[in-house]
Design a protein around this ligand. Structure first.
Ligand SMILES: [Zn+2]
Length: 279
């Protein structure tokens, strides 16, 4: 279920949490007419016209023995309504030989519920960090936005807010070096503080893209925005900039929600529009 690729001195591995809900493109992309999907149906949609998202995190392991990083923590323990089954993130980590105490840094691309679910565990009503030796890196813009009363939601209140009182929260802005070779890269729009995680090592670049795009058709149609985007003008600009760089510079892209078989890829161009080449 996991897939690994090396970027110089780092190994980046997908960590499955759970199968996400099935998505109807007409509901998720209401501004995109059904016929506009036609060139992409064969690989962006299933035969029934829906697409399946996945919930996952990414493990970044440096070869120098430094602490492992976990990018995003999935939807959480569950059990989840659409399957009746629990999330699998901790079991997926364990299958990779990684226990919660081995994670030194948790970095969150953005604070939506399907990226923060395993941040905090509850013993009775008392929160504790699921990853007891980690500091948790969150974009300040997301923290400030979702801390406001009018934007508050249960997932944020349950899985991000307690990190402050537990003394493990680190708020960051702009390009922030997490450790040599790994940094945040602001790509806001999906949320006010959405950030990608950039890994540069040995002449190679990998990028974990969170929710910069949700469906593989957005690699070719970079101005298509799902209803989840907070500001579609800004999210479109961020998507174009990041995917343009990835295309020009040959970056390896680790997606947040694409199917397991095509979740890692490169942005390539053979015709007029860029497309996704799974690795
Ligand atoms: Zn998401």
């Amino acid at each position: 279920m996991s897939k690994s690729l090396s970027i110089g001195d780092f190994e980046i591995t997908t960590v499955q949490d759970h199968r996400g809900t099935d998505r109807d493109p007409s509901q998720i992309y209401p501004d995109v007419p059904g016929t506009a999907w036609d060139p992409y149906r064969g690989f962006a949609l299933d035969p029934d016209g829906f697409y399946r998202s996945q919930w996952r995190g990414h493990l970044i392991r440096p070869s120098d023995g430094g602490p492992a990083l976990l990018v995003d923590t999935g939807m959480g323990p569950g059990p989840h309504d659409h399957t009746g089954m629990p999330g699998e993130l901790l079991a997926s980590l364990s299958a990779l030989g990684v226990e919660p105490e081995d994670i030194g840094i948790v970095v969150i691309t953005h604070t939506h519920g399907d990226h923060i679910g395993w941040n905090v565990s509850y013993d009775g009503g008392t929160p504790r960090p699921t990853f007891p030796n980690a500091r948790y890196i969150v974009a300040r813009a997301d923290w400030e936005h979702y801390s406001r009363q009018e934007n508050s939601n249960e997932a944020f209140d349950r899985s991000v807010k307690p990190l402050e009182g537990l003394g493990v929260l680190e708020l960051v802005e702009g390009v922030h070096e997490i450790r040599p070779g790994v940094s945040t890269l602001p790509t806001n729009g999906h949320t006010p503080g959405h950030q990608c995680i950039l890994v540069k090592s040995g002449g190679q670049t990998g990028v974990v893209t969170g929710d910069l795009f949700h469906n593989v058709a957005q690699i070719s149609e970079q101005d298509w925005c799902p209803i989840f985007d907070w500001d579609t003008t800004i999210s479109t600009r961020s998507r174009r900039e990041l995917l343009g760089r990835a295309e020009r510079e040959g970056w390896t892209v680790f997606s947040g929600h694409l199917g397991i078989d095509k979740s890692i890829g490169k942005v390539v161009r053979s015709g007029e529009k860029p497309s996704w080449q799974p690795l």
